[in-house]
Design a protein around this ligand. Sequence first.
Ligand code: CMC
Length: 429
Amino acid sequence: MSDKAVLSWGKGKSAEFPVLEGSIGPDVVDIRTLYGTTGLFTYDPGFLSTGSCMSRITYIDGDQGILLYRGYPIEQLAEKCDFPEVAYLLKHGELPNKDQYNDWTGRITRHTMVHDQLTRFYTGFRRDAHPMAVLVGVVGALSAFYHDSLDINDPEHRIIAAIRLIAKMPTIVAMAYKYNAGQPFMYPRNDLSYTANFMHMMFATPCENYEPNPVLVRALDRILILHADHEQNASTSTVRLAGSSGANPFACVSAGIACLWGPAHGGANEAALNMLEQIGDASKIGEFLKKVKEKNSGVKLMGFGHRVYRNYDPRAKLMRQTCHEVLNELGLQDDRLFKLAIALEKVALEDDYFVQKKLYPNVDFYSGIVQRALGIPVKLFTGIFALARTAGWVAQWNEMIADPEQKIGRPRQLYIGAPRREYVPIDKR
Ligand code: CMC
C-alpha cells in the first residue's frame, strides 16, 4: 500500500481508502469498504474504471500497445512458442522445461477424443446452426459427461478439467464444422501437433488424408497464441462471474463462449470479413467511412477500436505479418480482400475521426483474412477464437478459484424505478 485516496461528498463528509500498487500499470483505489463506511456505491456501467480482481496472468498497456502473458511480450511468444506451451504458461505461470512440456502435451493429447455419446448432441442441431450456438451447447454439456472432474475445490479435478477443455475444444470445433458441412466427423490423430491435428479434423475426410502444410499450421498456431488471453475482457469476466458462484468449469466456459459470440467482442472477426465483402472495392472506402462517421448510422468499422488499446493493437501487427506469410505461401499475394483491408486501414489511420478517437486496428481486422485463406469458413471464425481463448479462460478460472479473496460476484445498482407503491386491483387501473 503506498497512498490513500480521499473521497469527499455532501456537507463536509469524507472517507479515506487505500491505494494498492500492482507490479506494473496504474494503481487502484481499494473501495471494498466503501458501502460499509459511507453508505455509497460506485456507478460504473461497462466497468470503465473498475478492477474486478487481482491477477498475475496477463498485462495490457493500452496506451503503449503492449501485451504480456505472465510478463513475456506477445511478440516473443508468437515467434518462439507453440500454442500448448503458451497454454501451459498461462495456466502455470512459468514456461515449461522439456519434461514439463512433454508431460503437458502428452496429457492434452490423451484427452483429445470426446465421449462417443457426445457426438449425438450434434444431430440435435439443424445443419445450418451457427457453430457458436453448437459450441455453447456442447461445451456446456461436457459437465454431464465428465463427472469425475467437477469438484472445483480439488486442485487435481481442476487441472483435469482444464486439460479436458483445452484438449477437446479443437475436436468439438472441428465437429461443429463437419456437421455443418455434412461430412463425417474425423477422429483426432495423436501423432500430430495440437494445431496440425485440428487442421486434420477440419480438412481430412475418411477417403482423403490431409497433409498439414507447416507454414499454414504455424499461421493457425499463431492465431491461437494471439487470442489465448486478454485479461479481464467481457468473456473472461463472464467466466469468472459464472465461476464465482461455484459453477463447474465446463458450464463457466460455455457462458464465456456465449459472451464471446457478440460482434463487439469475438464476433468481430466474422463481422470484419463480412464488412470487407460488403465494401467490395477500394473505390467504395470513402462512402463506407462516411457512414461509419455518421453519429446515428449504427455502422462501425469492424476490427477497429478497443476498450483498452488507444494505440495499435500489438496482435494486429503480428496478424498482418501472418497474413502476408500465408498469402505468399498460397500464391494469393493479390488477394482482393487483403488489398482492400490494407487500403481501408491506411485511409482510416489518416482520417481525423479515427485519429481523434484513437481508434486503431485490433486483432480481428486481419485474422479473418488469414482464416479464410486457410480454408476456415467465416461462420467458424469466432469458434476458432473460442478454441484459443479456452486456454485463458481456464487459467483465469483457476486463478479465481484458488484466490482466498474470491467472493461471489454481485454488482449493485443505482435504482431509478418507481418507489414503493400499493397494489391496484385490475378493475381499478
Ligand atoms: N468504428 C467507428 N467508431 C468507433 C469504433 C469503430 N470500430 N469503435 C469506437 N468508435 C467510436 C464510438 O462510437 C465512440 O464515439 P463517441 O465518443 O462519438 O460516442 C468512441 O469511438 C469511443 O468508443 P466506445 O464505443 O465508447 O469504446 P468502447 O471501449 O466502449 O468499445 C469496442 C470498444 C471494441 C466495443 C468498439 O471499439 C467497437 O465496437 N469496435 C468494433 C468491433 C470490434 O472490432 N471488436 C473487436 C475488439 S478486439 C477483439 C476482442 O478482444 O474481442
